[in-house]
Design a protein around this ligand. Sequence first.
Ligand code: GTP
Ligand code: MG
Length: 233
Amino acid sequence: MKTVIFLPIYNEKENIRPLVSEILKLIPDLYILAVDDSSDDGTAQLLDEIAKGEQRLRVVHRTGKRGRGISGIEGFKRALIEKPDYIIEMDADFSHDPKYIPVFLREIEDCDVVIGSRTVKGGGVFKRAYLRNYISAFAQFFSRMVLGLKISDATSGFRCFRRRVLESLDWGAMISRGPAIVEEMNYRIQKKGFKIKEVPIVFGPRKSGRSKLNFLKLAAVFYTLIRIRMSDA
Ligand SMILES: Nc1nc2c(ncn2[C@@H]2O[C@H](COP(=O)(O)OP(=O)(O)OP(=O)(O)O)[C@@H](O)[C@H]2O)c(=O)[nH]1
Ligand SMILES: [Mg+2]
């Protein structure tokens, strides 16, 4: 298969069926790799049920310690086994609109990484509380400062990679276990000199369910970014 869509999933029961169906309709040459962190709201069972009748959905159920970062590392490693040309990661809550998948696949033709960006011309955020926008802007600024990132929307988890980019990363050396994995990957990819392109996206509100981000996790992200920088100094 040419393209793998990696979805990190924790308690996304209402979103998962419509999302899988929308993605699979887009182009035939892709499959979805869902990495579920032992969701306890019925998402895990629902994923298995959908996968029974849909070969293009593969499901990994993680046990043990939960984490957006640990799941990302596992997801990318698994995705690489079948040597796809492109790997796209996106949130499973409809904030990341599947309509951008074909756009990313066009844009990646002349670069190594495409980042769905809310902060370049044409991009934006639709209907979100002011406070969340401020926090998001601060997180983008902080990660650019601490890690020296040249990427404007450095916290966007909607991205498309050429296989060779992910193959070049040392997953065992990743420090992040949670959401900071997004910025850590950008940092390591930028250091290797890969060509990164930001493409505008409009980030929507999650369609259903609850955010997994909270104050403690956010603080942990900032602390992890500092640790990444220090460990590399
Ligand atoms: N496997 C796994 N996925 C997770 C975990 N935490 C969050 N996710 C998934 O990662 C994606 C992003 O999480 P969200 O809670 O939407 O975080 P966010 O988009 O930063 O916050 P909101 O804008 O409030 O939705 C979603 O698909 C979640 O289901 C986790 O611990 N493990
Ligand atoms: Mg979200």
